[in-house]
Design a protein around this ligand. Structure first.
Ligand SMILES: Cc1cc2nc3c(=O)[nH]c(=O)nc-3n(C[C@H](O)[C@H](O)[C@H](O)COP(=O)(O)O)c2cc1C
Length: 216
């Protein structure tokens, strides 16, 4: 993973309040995880739109989960190198965005595996205290609401700080993001509000007031 600054799109004045982001001195580093392996994934396309819309002062970097081994407690004593790398990427991020499809009214197995890998070895969870925001696109009207609820439960158990609102579930109709990752106007408004809330959430977690927290 490489942290790269992405040029932010200017937000129209009428959106200023909804998309206002806090002032920081250091860029916020937000890792982006996509819960789909498909190269035609609509959720990956949605993630591409986020990259294009990242506000200034925020860097987004993809964190891949496709090459992770299936979690096996037998390997805790000698955690696999790719799993260690994944955990290091989680830990290096100030916050995370997870963009996921819904599979059979839950989250895809590849994403659940990534959560399990990140949560171990015991006592070394990489999720604990991490601010996380959830996003997803689906082909039906619920737009991944159930998957996000399951994800919230898993991550909450792992001690992550999951953003509560706005819940952002995208009903994917009429290709709202083109192949270059440009979102149509309606979705762009939704994503701008999601990004602003995410940045506020991640910035808040930077507060030294949280320094008394310890890992479980
Ligand atoms: C195994 C499987 C289970 C699915 N289950 C659901 C579901 O529970 N709810 C839903 O809205 N869509 C479901 N879908 C449809 C997905 O929303 C759709 O395939 C979507 O394109 C997947 O996201 P992706 O393109 O980012 O991979 C399912 C698709 C697959 C392959």
């Amino acid at each position: 993973m490489q942290w790269q600054a992405f040029s932010g799109l200017r937000v129209p004045g009428s959106m200023a309040d909804m998309t206002a982001t806090p002032q920081h001195h250091a860029p916020l580093r937000i890792g982006l995880i996509v819960g789909s392996l498909s190269h035609r994934s609509i959720n990956r396309r949605l993630a591409r739109a986020l990259h294009r819309m990242a506000p200034s002062g925020v860097t987004l970097a993809d964190i891949r989960i496709d090459a992770l081994p299936m979690y096996n407690p037998d390997h805790d004593a000698a955690f696999p190198a790719s799993a260690r790398r994944f955990k290091a990427e989680l830990e290096a991020a100030d916050g995370l965005i997870i963009v996921t499809p819904e599979y059979n009214r839950s989250i895809p197995a590849v994403l659940k595996n990534a959560i399990d890998v990140g949560s171990r070895p015991w006592g070394e969870s990489s999720w604990f205290g991490k601010p996380v925001a959830l996003l997803g696109a689906g082909l039906n009207g619920a737009g991944t609401a159930v998957a996000q609820a399951h994800l919230r439960a898993c991550l909450g158990y792992c001690g992550a700080q999951v953003l509560g609102a706005p819940e952002t579930c995208v009903h994917w109709t009429d290709a709202p993001v083109d192949e270059d990752g440009v979102a149509g106007p309606e979705l762009a408004t939704t994503l701008a509000a999601f990004l602003a809330a995410t940045v506020r959430h991640v910035a808040k977690a930077q507060s030294p007031d949280d320094s008394h927290l310890s890992k479980v």
